[in-house]
Structures are given as C-alpha cells and as structure tokens.
Design a protein around this ligand. Structure first.
Ligand SMILES: *Cc1c(COP(=O)(O)O)cnc(C)c1O
Ligand SMILES: *[C@@H]1O[C@H](CO)[C@@H](O)[C@H](O)[C@H]1NC(C)=O
Ligand SMILES: *[C@@H]1O[C@H](CO)[C@@H](O)[C@H](O)[C@H]1NC(C)=O
Ligand SMILES: *[C@@H]1O[C@H](CO)[C@@H](O)[C@H](O)[C@H]1NC(C)=O
Length: 567
C-alpha cells in the first residue's frame, strides 16, 4: 500500500526533525552548562591556588615572591637585549676558556688517548700510565687539605676494600642466584644501618649508588604513595632552603613542585611554623636534615616529626652527611639531638655509607619505616619481551664489588671503630669552632654559623669578604667549600683533616690577617672595595650573589660540565 507507506515516511520525517531540533536544543543547553562548569572549575582551581599561596607565604611573602619573580623576568629581558647579550656571551666564553686551561692539561708533553689503541698496551705501560694519572698535580687530599670529598677510614681499610673488590669484580646483584654472597652482604648492610638508626620492627631499606639516589628514591616513594593512596597528581614538597640540592633534582626529575622554607639566623634551622603554613592537599613530603650540608646544622626534627604526625604526611630525614657520626654522637661523648626512627613521625632516612661509613664511593642506603613505603620505589615491568623485570632503584646492573667493599668496611670498623672515628672527627670540628669563637685573631672578623653539632663548621664575616678568605686558603693549598645566601665558607672535617687541623687553624689566622691588611691598605689608598683584584671564588660568588636572574651562572655551569668531558 503506497499511501500508507508515504504517510509513515512523512510521520517518521516529522518525528525525526522534532527529535533532532530537541536534540539540538539539548546539546546547546548542555554546551552552555558545560562551559559554565568548566569556567567554575577553572575559577575554583585558581582560587584554591591563590588561597594556598596566601596561606603558605602570607601577604607580605607573596608580595616579595611576585617582586622577585618580576625582577627575574625583567633582568632576563635585559640580558637578551642585543648589545648586552653579545657582551655577556663573550664573557661567559672567556670564563669557560679560563676554566678549561686550568682543568684540561695541554702542551707538547701531554699524551691523549681518544681512540682505542690498535693493539692493546702491554701491562707495564698501563700500570705506568695509571701511576702518572694518579700523580697529576692536585689539591693534597692525602695531607688533609680538602674539606669533605675524601671520606676514607685509613690506609688499612683502603687495602681491605681493594681486596674485597678483587674478589667480586665481576659480581652483579641483579643475578642473586649467580652471586648469592653479594645478595647476602647487601641485605646485611641494610640491616646493620637500620639498627644503627633505631628502626622499628617491619622497617626496610635498599642500597643505592649514593646520597643523591637515596634522596631521589625517597621522594619517588612519597610521590607514588600520595598518587596511589590519595590521587595527588600535582605533588608538592616542602624543603628547608638548606636541604641538599638532590631534593631539587628530585623535584625536576619527578615533577614535584618545591617550596623552600627559610633557615634564619641565629639558629639556621628550618622554621617549622612556616613549613606548617605551606602544607596543602597536594603536599606529599616534609624534609629535614641531620645535619645539612651548607652549615652542618641539625634541623628541628622533633618539631617536624610532630607536624608530620598531625598532618599524616611522610617525613624524610637526610642523614647522608651525618651517616655514621650522628647516631654515635652520644656514645662518643658529644651533645646530640633526636633525629632517627625513635621520632614517630620520621618515615624515611637516607644514610651514606660512602661518607662517614668510609665505604668506597658510590654507596648509600635509604631506609623506610615500613615495607609498603619501600615498595613504592620499586620498578616492575611485567610484560617486557626481555622477561619479567624487577629492580629496586634507578640502576639496572650494579657493581657487586662496591657492595663487598662496603660490607668489609662496616664489619671491619664495627661500632667501636666508628665511635672512635666520631671522637676524632667531631673533636676536630669542635676545635675549629672554638678557635673561631675564642681566638681573638679570628673572632674579630669571623662568625660561626649557628651551633653545629657534627662535622661541618661554617663561618661568615661581617667585616671582610669571606670569599677572599676562601681564595687566600686556596693559595695556601686548602680546598674549603664556598657557600652562598648568606656568603660563607665551611670545612667538613674528615679523617685526613683531623691530622692537619692545627695547621688549618694556623693558616686561617694568617689568611684573615692578610686579607684584613690588604683591605686596610686599599682603604688607606682611598680605593674602597671596588676595583680590587679578586680570586676565583670572590669573583664568581661576588657576581653571582648580585644577579636577580641567575641564567648567566647557569650558562657558566653548563660550560663547566662540558669542560669535564674535554679529552
Ligand atoms: C653528600 C650529601 C648528600 C648526598 O650527596 P651524594 O654526593 O649524592 O652522595 C645528601 N645530603 C647531604 C646533607 C650531603 O652532605
Ligand atoms: C627576594 O629577593 C631578595 C633581594 O634580592 C632576597 O633577599 C630574598 O631572599 C628573595 N626572596 C625569596 C623568597 O626568594
Ligand atoms: C632569566 O633570564 C633568562 C635569559 O634571559 C630567561 O630565559 C629566563 O626566562 C629568565 N627567568 C625568568 C624567571 O624570567
Ligand atoms: C654500593 O654501590 C653499588 C653501585 O653503585 C650499589 O649498587 C649498591 O647497592 C651499593 N651498596 C651499598 C651497600 O651501599
């Protein structure tokens, strides 16, 4: 029946148009609502961000932040102005060239190996070449002239470590069935360090290639925990500004936003109330150092621990430097402060076996209060064509030799050996500290930063340029660490320095006298501080300190890294 079919067609069409126009309206309505929702969410997000910024930094602090940021941008634009840019780049290039001349030996006498020798060298030749390389002109760490850097436990221990390397040169803990001894040693190292830091039942840890990796892993674990348990996708962590820069590296690598909290005079400890204000739902980790690298100051870990418990947040304590000294301070007869797992809020600790544990370089541990926290740092790949793959930290293959060297060091030293070393090292640090505080020749111009309890003594000056002191000490063959914000230098005492500590104090007295004399002469000649010939540290930090935007320093530092790879 054609009629009725026509009717049904037209009915169907009417219905369809009606439906589609209704759909159109609905769609329009939906779009409108959607747009409003998106806008509201956007508004909410920025209101929230603004709210937490104001809560965290206060109105005054926020104004300073905006001011500093604007200065950075404006100075950045200034640096890119055509005339300025070429001038700055020429100067950077010059500085890098100077650096290169210092670091990379040149001249007719220098042999360079930049392609594989066609025929392998005879053993004797290799040995002679190694001898020559070890003897290259250098700052004499052997005579205790270098702050930090060389943390060894004496010649006897070095020999034992070398023997341990020899036995395990090919070992790789990634194959525990092939190298069961290495697995056993690694597990025992972690257990020994856990007990040193008073870890509770159920605590766990892993070994890593150094303090930086330990810190990276602790940050990763906290980030994963917050993501999996609370759905945090824009993680933030709160650091004392003096915390080791490895935390900032973790921020960059793992996309964790970083809040820095000032550590002001006279204590130079992190201000816990400021940390508290910065906490928001995106916070994944609080951090304290015991002690920190710049000033050797132990943060208020008890205060941080209470805060962490109240806010149910993880707290990492960086004991990379404190390593085997800080847990033994009391036993060695020195004053100490609470810092370890006995504080209930502490959830992870990094401890470098390769610092005051005297293990070979490339060795550290990271400890967790619970096994769950450790699991958050594991990497597992279940469907890789190469097989089911599981590794605890960043590295894949790892040198079993280093583990053997570390294990040998720990058991050879034993608790008494480390207490003895603590006695010597912290004792020497105290000697330097009292000299600066009490020797009139030093006390007039130098000031100790805070009250250091471990092995680092930092000092600054309100009367002379502290970097001139650093340069003056360099001329006398010492390598001290230059610090910034505020300008200061520090000595990290190691066993080799213990034997040279009187010489160090004597040279410091002389240097202060020389710098003071030079400044006096300059003022007498009416020249003032400007125009003085500066040493390396004074020149670098003098300029860097005054820059609102450090991009020039960044370029310089990149050039430095490039230089390290010039053959
Ligand atoms: C040395 C140190 C670290 C880690 O440094 P690595 O060179 O990676 O071992 C971390 N924190 C502090 C306070 C340190 O002194
Ligand atoms: C802002 O800049 C001032 C002056 O340069 C500096 O002293 C201060 O530390 C900066 N503040 C922050 C939070 O970066
Ligand atoms: C600092 O200066 C550099 C170089 O001019 C620029 O690229 C960078 O954006 C500046 N930093 C800020 C925060 O503006
Ligand atoms: C020692 O160093 C190796 C290589 O970096 C690392 O894989 C291992 O876990 C470390 N062991 C200890 C005990 O620190």
């Amino acid at each position: 029946m054609p009629g009725s079919s026509r009717l049904s067609v037209s009915l169907r069409d009417t219905f369809r148009t009606q439906k589609s126009s209704a759909q159109g309206q609905l769609l329009y309505l939906n779009l409108d609502v959607l747009r409003n929702i998106v806008f509201l969410l956007f508004l909410l997000r920025w209101t929230r961000k603004g709210f937490y910024q104001l809560k965290g930094r206060g109105i005054g602090g926020s104004v300073v932040d905006v001011y500093n940021y604007t200065r950075k941008i404006l100075y950045g634009i200034f640096l890119r102005l055509p005339g300025v840019r070429t001038k700055v780049q020429t100067q950077i290039a010059e500085s890098i060239l100077k650096l290169e001349r210092k670091l990379v030996p040149t001249g007719p006498g220098v042999e360079r190996t930049v392609t594989l020798p066609a025929e392998g060298w005879p053993e004797e030749q290799v040995k002679a070449a190694l001898e020559k390389l070890a003897d290259m002109d250098h700052t004499r760490w052997e005579d205790g002239r270098v702050s930090g850097a060389v943390y060894h436990g004496g010649d006897e221990l070095l020999k034992l470590q070398t023997e341990a390397f020899g036995k395990f040169t090919v070992a790789n803990p990634i194959h525990p069935d092939v190298f069961p001894g290495v697995r056993k040693m690694e597990a025992e190292i972690v257990a020994m360090v856990l007990s040193l830091f008073n870890a509770p039942e159920g605590a766990a840890g892993v070994t890593t290639s150094g303090g930086t990796e330990s810190i990276l892993m602790a940050c990763l674990s906290a980030r994963q925990k917050a993501y999996i348990e609370r759905g945090v996708t824009e993680p933030e962590m709160i650091l004392p500004e003096t915390a080791h820069t490895a935390f900032r590296k973790a921020g960059e690598y793992f996309k964790i936003k970083i809040h820095l909290v000032a550590c002001k005079a006279p204590h130079y400890k992190v201000h816990v109330a400021s940390v508290s204000r910065l906490i928001n739902p995106n916070t994944i980790l609080l951090v304290g150092s015991a002690p920190n690298f710049p000033h050797g100051i132990i943060d208020d870990i008890s205060g941080l621990s209470r805060l962490a418990l109240r806010k149910t947040l993880p707290l990492h304590v960086d004991c990379c430097l404190g390593s085997f000294l800080i847990p033994l301070l009391s036993k060695a007869g020195f004053e100490s402060e609470p810092f370890d797992f006995r504080l209930k809020g502490v959830t992870s600790i990094s401890c470098d076996t390769h610092k005051y544990g005297f293990a070979p370089k490339g060795n550290s541990t990271v400890l967790y209060r619970t096994d769950d926290l450790r699991k958050y740092q594991y990497f597992i790949s279940a469907d890789w064509p190469g097989g089911i793959y599981a590794s605890p930290s960043i590295a894949g293959s790892r040198p079993g030799a280093l583990i053997a060297g570390c294990w040998a060091s720990l058991v050879k030293q034993g608790e008494s050996g480390y207490v003895d070393a603590c006695h010597k090292i912290v004792g020497a640090a105290k000697k330097i500290e009292s000299a600066i505080r009490e020797d009139p020749a030093l006390a007039a111009d130098l000031k100790v930063v805070g009250r250091p309890l471990v092995s680092v003594v930092a000092f600054l000056s309100n009367t002379i340029d502290i970097y001139d002191i650093a340069d003056g000490m360099s001329e006398k063959g010492w390598h001290l660490n230059a610090l910034q914000n505020p300008p200061a230098i520090h000595v990290a005492v190691t066993l080799p320095i213990v034997a040279a500590v009187d010489k160090l104090i004597g040279d410091l007295v002389e240097t202060v006298e020389e710098v003071r004399e030079k400044e006096r002469r300059r003022i007498a000649e009416g020249k003032g501080r400007k125009g003085a010939v500066k040493g390396d540290a004074a020149a670098l930090y003098g300029v860097a300190g005054s820059l609102p935007n450090k991009s020039v320093v960044v370029d310089l530092a990149k050039g430095f890294l490039d230089t390290l790879y010039k053959a």
